[in-house]
Design a binder for this molecule. Structure first.
Ligand SMILES: [Zn+2]
Length: 443
């Protein structure tokens, strides 16, 4: 049986259980309802946005009655983030500005107080206990120069665990990063899935002792299974997944040793899965959109925020034995499924699982366009050798293994362009997506 997630004891202490007392769902849900009531009273009092947004809503008497509260959307934050603020500007410790890829939409700004950032450090401290132990060393391949940035908060959380967190930043030169893994005697890597794949498939990685790491954590973008498998096979270590976003306070949920889904930081966040069209709350086991409410945030609390991520709660108990909820691996983003002229459907998740098993592939970009009245799927690939010309037939074969693509090609309505005309390697900091340039699909 995998070890119980350390989040369980931490959350038990957070909700005021006596030391040694076992966390129960009913105690946790009573705590969540109490914090929800506090949050609603607080935002009605302090936030001009919620004062207006919640005018017509009552106060839910139970968590099931959450459905009576309206959703908050990313566009509402984009319109005017300052209307969400519950504290004066002077109390804001950090502002994160998020630009969305491929659109001209204004950026989203999220504001955090020192108290909000402290809660995230506390989550990282306890969540990382799943995969590292005191005395170990973690190389953080994420931005961390600024106080309050994700790398900075993670390093602070690790320090409380007696673990050294070394902030490296995003990988720019794989060979240099691999050298640091050896020189700094690193035990655990934390980074973006595709960046970690780039390191793993770099020729210099084969000269390293693969036994040197004890764990890997992938974060900041949804991790294709094929990428996680490539990482765990090469390094021979468990690969843990973290699910979070800036809006959640940078940290959200982390896998336990059972490696079959994430446990959320339920003392700080209340998660729901809703039907993306009707907005109804879905029962456990059914996939839908992840919606969350912050329970302890001071600077910019969010009530029923629609993430656009697709996932489901697992109905079965976690093998680690925790009573915490378990969110299955996020399956991608809403709006990320594209209808082809053939009637089939295509998503970045399908492309990821088809292409990432190719051992030469470091990254790729997919553009769905139109040429001479036919649809064209252009794939530009990035390989370790810098030369992609020799690999086009393998990319073609991998794509044709997807039924939606094979059918559309056979019907003569889709052309595959695996020379990647017009493609370039996507930025590691932008979430993975198919770019749709077909007529009538532009922003
Ligand atoms: Zn578990």
């Amino acid at each position: 049986m995998p070890r119980l997630t350390p989040l369980e004891g931490w959350i038990g202490a957070r909700i005021g259980l006596a030391a040694g007392a076992r966390l129960t769902r009913s105690a946790l849900e009573q705590y969540q309802l109490d914090r929800l009531h506090e949050t609603l009273a607080y935002v009605r009092e302090q936030s001009p946005f919620y004062r207006q947004q919640l005018t017509e809503s009552g106060t839910p008497a139970s968590l099931e009655e959450m459905a009576t509260l309206p959703f908050t959307t990313p566009d509402q934050i984009r319109e005017d983030d300052r209307r969400f603020l519950c504290v004066s500007a002077g109390e804001i410790e950090r502002v994160v500005t998020l630009h969305s890829s491929g659109t001209t939409a204004p950026p989203k700004r999220l504001h955090f107080t020192a108290h909000d950032l402290e809660l995230t450090v506390d989550f990282f401290h306890h969540g990382m206990g799943t995969m590292v132990r005191p005395g170990q060393r973690v190389l953080i391949l994420m931005p961390g120069e600024l106080p309050g940035s994700v790398g900075d908060l993670l390093a602070k959380g690790l320090q409380r665990l007696g673990v050294t967190g070394i902030i490296h930043g995003l990988v720019r030169d794989s060979e240099e990063t691999l050298r640091r893994i050896v020189e700094e005697e690193i035990d655990c890597l934390v980074g973006l899935p595709v960046q970690l794949l780039g390191l793993t498939r770099h020729p210099a990685a084969r000269r390293l002792c693969r036994k040197r790491l004890t764990s890997i954590l992938v974060s900041a973008d949804y991790a294709p299974l094929a990428v996680k498998e490539a990482l765990s096979t090469f390094w021979e270590v468990p690969v843990f997944d973290h699910y979070g976003m800036t809006e959640m306070g940078l940290g959200g949920a982390v896998e336990c040793a059972g490696l079959c889904g994430y446990h959320p930081r339920e003392a700080d966040l209340y998660l729901e899965i809703v039907d993306p069209l009707s907005g109804e709350i879905l029962p456990d086991g059914e996939p839908g959109e992840v919606v969350f409410t912050t329970l302890t945030r001071r600077g910019m609390p969010l009530v029923r925020y629609r993430t656009g991520d697709l996932a489901r709660f697992l109905a079965e108990p976690c093998p680690c034995g925790s009573v915490l909820r378990q969110l299955e691996r996020v399956r991608g983003r809403m709006g990320g499924v594209f209808s082809l002229a053939s009637g089939g459907q295509l998503s970045i998740t399908q492309l990821d699982e088809a292409l990432f098993p190719l051992p030469f592939l470091l990254n790729y970009q997919a553009i769905l366009g139109q040429r001479d009245c036919r649809e064209v799927l252009s794939i530009g690939i990035e390989t370790g050798s810098g030369n992609s010309a020799g690999f086009t037939s393998q990319v073609q074969d991998a794509l044709l293994a997807l039924p939606a693509i094979a059918e559309a090609v056979a019907a003569g309505v889709l052309t595959l362009d695996t020379d990647g005309t017009g493609c370039s390697a996507p930025s590691p900091t932008i979430k993975r997506a198919i770019i749709d340039t077909r007529q009538g699909s532009g922003p």
